[in-house]
Each structure stands twice: as structure tokens, then as C-alpha cells.
Design a binder for this molecule. Structure first.
Ligand code: DI6
Ligand code: FE
Length: 408
């Protein structure tokens, strides 16, 4: 009997990113892909396609199909902007100096507290749309510009609402331990009490966060304070991620690995011991070359060590108003290669398979494989190497979110 399916794509090459298929991209040339109920139900060489009666057929015209891109680390819901701080940094002040003088994250906290939920939504939507226009189908959004219960909830609800109104999956992360709010000046441990006793439990009650993050750095919170946040997240059954070793080595990555964190992010300053701990725990290294570039850092993350130790490397925008006001995951792929020494295939794995792992979502997406969600992008290119190589002109011919065409 002929099997029916919702959508059949033929005359296409698939960069599946499936590690069980040989080659850097897990490529299946001259492939066919069948989708039903929002999932891939068959993928393989077209010649082997079983009899199939699709409701809709698409001729891929010899283009390449990749998994939908995943931006696994953003702060894209915030009020205001920090163009004046950009000018100060260009004039020679450092990111830390700006932060210590009350600017930086705290400047965005003031604008985010002052903004209505409507204003936050309207400001965030173009950022999300810019990512989606590049083939992004899953975006993680963090809070962390509220630093009080109401504003943290406002940010997370705005993020969730963006997901309800766009063909994209939004995952949310509570980053209440991002900076010390002015009303707790000199009392960081009391603020951590507030995070652990009020903010995180309320966020968990409303099911507003899929994970908990923290900024472990001298301008933010200590390893001990972050350990308390981790313990609290564990009690609430929420996975953790840590902003670690971006500006200096603190020991945060090793602490995160001991706690089986999903990811440690930035990690320019990690050491061999940290890499070994991450390899052991399966913690993903999320590389953020846009923040490295914007802050004109010089220390690069130890990519060769991570690679040799088998640590998965994800790539993300870190989209935020201070250290990376750049809404382009494709540009991050290019920077990941040019600035950090990734291969083009590692860059694509970084925004698909490894990004899914960094969100704890590798069972549902990040590779093209039967049984997984049909988040896919069709690209007018001759080789997937072009995705990291070209910036600006190469756009998706078509994106699919859970098997449905996006836009057009
Ligand atoms: N690390 C970052 O890169 C962002 N937050 C963080 O913890 C920067 C946030 C900002 O400058 O607004
Ligand atoms: Fe960040």
C-alpha cells in the first residue's frame, strides 16, 4: 500500500548534521525528505524512497537542506539601547569600567524596568524577526534585565508571548543572577537570597523558564554565590547554564561541569582542567564570537583543546544591548571560523546539533533524521561551506517550522 505524507521534498541535497552519517555534514546527496505531522518521517537517497503519496510536493531544485538554525544564547528582550556606552568604549573605557560606573547591564535594567510589556514586545520583535529571516527556528531568550520579581516575570512572559505569535520555538532561561541591582548595593548575598527564595520559585510556579543561568564574574557573582543558585535550580528541577570565564578565570566552568550543567558560555579563559571536567560531564561549550569581537577581546577560547577532548561546541549570538547588539547567527558562523578557528562544518554543527544539546533539546531537533521535528532550511548554495563563508547575500530559499513553510 502507498504511504501518504504531508510534504515530500525531492531533488535536494541534505546536510543532515547526523553524526551517524559519514562526512562532516552527514550529507545525503540527491535526497528525498518526507514530512508528516510536523516530523520527518523518511530521509534518504531519492532512489530508495518507498512509494509515497504526498499531499504537497516540493522540487528542491538541487539546493541544500539543513536543520533549522538554533540560537541557544540570547538576551533579546530588553528596553532601550546602549549606543552612548558604545561611544565610551570606543573612547577607551573598558566594559568593566562602564559597568562599575553604573552603566552596562544596570543601564539596561533601568530601561527594562521602565518599559511596559507592550513596549518590550515591540522592541524585541524586530530582533527575533532578523534571526528568523536567516533560517533560525529555535531561539533561547534569557531574562536578567529585571533583577526584581515583577520585571523578571515581565521579561519571561514577553519572551513566551513572542513564541506564541511567531513560527519559531522560544525557550526561556531565568538569569536573575545577572548583576547586583542598585537596591542591593553592598549586599550581594541578600540578593542571592531573593533569587533563590522568591524569584526562581515564582518563575518555576508559572513554568516561565526552561533553565536557569547566572553570570559568574568579578563584576557579577562569585562561584559560591552561583553555587547557591545552582542548588536552588536543582531543587526546582530546572537545568542550569553558566556565563563563565568571559573576562577572567573564576572556576565557574568546573563548578558548572560538576553540576552537570547543560552548557558553559563564553569560556575564553578556561584551562585544561576545565576542559577535562566539561568533557567528563558532557557540558556543551557555547562560543560567543560576537561578544569577543564587540569587546575587542584578545584571548580566544581553546578550540583545539575542546575539539581534541570531544566537547561539543555551540555557537550563538549572545544578542544583547551591551556586548553584542548583532542579530545575525550567520555572522557568528563566519566569526566562529575567522576569529576562533572553527571549520565551516563545526560552525554549522554549532548552530544546529550542538546548540540543540546546549538547550537539552537534542532528542527533538538539531539534525535531520526521521522522528525529529521538521525544522529545516532550504539554501540556494552549491556546498554547505558557503553558510560560514558568505555573509549578507545568501538567504534561505525557504524555512520550515515543524513541517510548515515560514513566511512566503
Ligand atoms: N554576558 C554577556 O555577554 C551579556 N550578559 C552577560 O552576562 C552582556 C549583557 C550586557 O552587557 O547587557
Ligand atoms: Fe550572555
Amino acid at each position: 500500500m502507498t504511504e501518504r505524507c504531508d510534504l515530500l521534498i525531492t531533488n535536494v541535497h541534505a546536510a543532515t548534521m547526523d553524526p551517524s552519517i559519514p562526512g562532516a555534514y552527514g550529507a545525503v546527496e540527491d535526497a528525498a525528505v518526507a514530512v508528516t505531522g510536523g516530523k520527518i518521517v523518511w530521509l534518504g537517497p531519492r532512489k530508495e524512497l518507498p512509494d509515497c503519496a504526498p499531499d504537497e510536493s516540493l522540487d528542491g531544485e538541487g539546493q541544500w537542506l539543513t536543520p533549522g538554525l538554533i540560537d541557544c544564547h540570547t538576551h533579546l528582550v530588553y528596553g532601550g539601547h546602549r549606543a552612548s556606552e558604545f561611544a565610551r568604549r570606543l573612547g577607551g573605557e573598558s566594559y568593566e569600567e562602564v559597568a562599575r560606573s553604573g552603566g552596562g547591564i544596570l543601564s539596561t535594567v533601568r530601561s527594562t524596568r521602565a518599559a511596559s510589556a507592550e513596549q518590550l514586545y515591540a522592541a524585541a520583535e524586530p530582533r527575533l524577526r532578523a534571526l528568523m529571516a536567516e533560517g533560525v527556528t529555535t531561539v533561547e531568550i534569557k531574562s536578567g534585565y529585571g533583577l526584581d520579581l515583577d520585571t523578571e516575570l515581565k521579561q519571561l512572559r514577553t519572551a513566551r508571548r513572542l513564541g506564541r505569535h511567531h513560527p519559531v520555538d522560544i525557550t526561556t532561561t531565568c538569569l536573575a543572577a545577572h548583576a547586583l541591582p542598585p537596591e542591593y548595593d553592598g549586599r550581594p548575598d541578600e540578593y542571592i537570597d531573593l533569587v533563590c527564595e522568591e524569584i526562581l520559585p515564582a518563575v518555576a510556579r508559572e513554568q516561565l523558564a526552561d533553565a536557569v543561568d547566572m553570570f559568574c564574574e568579578s563584576i557579577a557573582f562569585s562561584v559560591e554565590q552561583c553555587q547557591r543558585v545552582i542548588d536552588c535550580a536543582k531543587k526546582l528541577d530546572l537545568p542550569v547554564k553558566v556565563h563563565a570565564e568571559q573576562l577572567a578565570r573564576t572556576g565557574a566552568a568546573a563548578m558548572a561541569a560538576r553540576a552537570s550543567a547543560l552548557s558553559v558560555d563564553h569560556i575564553e579563559y578556561i584551562t585544561d582542567v576545565d576542559v577535562a571536567a566539561m568533557a567528563e560531564s558532557g557540558t556543551v561549550a557555547v562560543l560567543l564570537p560576537g561578544a569577543f569581537y564587540t569587546l575587542r577581546e584578545t584571548r580566544v577560547p581553546p578550540v583545539q583543546k575542546l575539539r581534541a577532548s570531544g566537547v561539543s561546541m555551540a555557537l550563538s549570538t549572545d544578542l544583547n544591548p551591551g556586548s553584542c547588539p548583532i542579530a545575525s547567527l550567520r555572522l557568528m558562523m563566519n566569526m566562529g571560523c575567522n576569529l576562533f578557528g572553527l571549520t565551516p562544518a563545526e560552525a554549522l554543527a554549532g548552530v544546529t546539533r550542538s546548540a540543540a544539546r546546549a538547550l537539552g533539546l537534542c532528542c527533538s531537533r538539531g539534525v535531520l533524521r526521521p522522528g525529529l521535528r521538521a525544522d529545516m532550511v532550504l539554501w540556494p548554495m552549491d556546498t554547505p561551506d558557503q553558510l560560514a563563508y558568505e555573509v549578507g547575500a545568501l538567504k534561505p530559499a525557504q524555512s520550515f517550522f515543524a513541517g510548515k513553510t515560514v513566511g512566503g
